[in-house]
Design a protein around this ligand. Structure first.
Ligand code: PBE
Length: 270
């Protein structure tokens, strides 16, 4: 393998993201299940590094396979990206993002629970915050605050029937990706407007689920199901409350630029 040329190495590696992401675990499963991926490597670093590699490859029309997802602005910024077909359905068709709570949270703080339970928005809503932050360099938290101000109708629906809090602290546990930074900051802002204090902690996916099972956090808005976080979800099933989807139409998979002229994971070569 040491004799391999650089290009051969590129062709047999998937440019991944953080080791603590669900899509990293899902991709490891895909590498076990697809013969075409045997001998491939998953390079793990960070989302920012993946985007840099993708941008470089596109500039030079070089082959690249990345782990990609929506909601994200990568599909708006690079208009030639596509998901590879996944005949074994390892990545699933579409994902939803669910809100989960710890056992006991509803009884102890029914109004905060109700607000979180009523929180529901669209891929376009989430992407508008992510896109604006990436275009302007403004932090997601700032853009999220502005979004709450600009969308009173949605906020009214989430706060319907919710009584004001008395400064009780709500601990949200989340992941560090822009998508979840957006949802967490939007909900935090709305909770604050109803008289709650909010603390957001960003951690690896595994720790999100542990924190709910242990009761260290009250709720998360960041559970990607039924595929991306399946292993984590199943490992603590029964030890948390599933409040259902807060966003439908998310997606994960292997993504390539369309000049590569392949359509399916099965078109990759071992
Ligand atoms: N993501 C974005 C995360 C969740 C949000 C798809 C990169 C993951 O766990 O894979």
């Amino acid at each position: 393998a040491e004799e391999e040329s650089d290009s051969a190495v590129v062709e047999h590696s998937i440019t991944g993201i953080e080791p603590g992401a669900g899509i990293t675990v899902t991709t490891e499963t895909a590498m076990e299940e697809y013969d075409q991926l045997s001998g491939w490597e998953l390079e793990q670093s960070s989302t920012a590094a993946m985007i840099v590699e993708l941008e470089k490859a596109i500039e030079n029309e070089e082959p690249i396979v990345v782990t990609g997802w929506n909601p994200h602005w990568m599909f708006a910024k690079f208009d030639n990206l596509k998901y590879l077909e996944d005949p074994q359905n390892i990545y699933g068709d579409t994902e939803e993002i669910r809100s989960l709570a710890r056992e006991g949270f509803e009884d102890e703080n029914p109004n905060a629970y109700k607000l979180i339970d009523q929180f529901n928005w669209s891929v376009e809503d989430m992407e508008s915050i992510m896109y604006e932050s990436s275009e302007t360099g403004q932090d997601i938290a700032e853009v999220s605050k502005q979004w709450v101000e600009d969308n009173p109708d949605k906020v009214d629906a989430w706060t319907a029937g919710v009584e004001d809090g008395n400064g009780e602290t709500v601990e949200l546990v989340s992941t560090p990706w822009d998508s979840e930074r957006a949802s967490s900051n939007v909900v935090a802002e709305v909770l604050r407007s109803k008289g709650f204090e909010v603390k957001i902690t960003d951690v690896d996916v595994a720790v999100v689920f542990e924190a709910l099972a242990n009761g260290d956090a009250d709720a998360t808005l960041a559970a990607w199901m039924p595929n991306t976080h399946k292993d984590f979800y199943e490992s603590i099933e029964g030890q948390f409350v599933d409040m259902g989807a807060n966003l439908e139409g998310a997606k994960i998979g292997l993504v390539v630029p369309d000049y590569m002229d392949i359509d399916s994971i099965e078109d990759l070569e071992a």
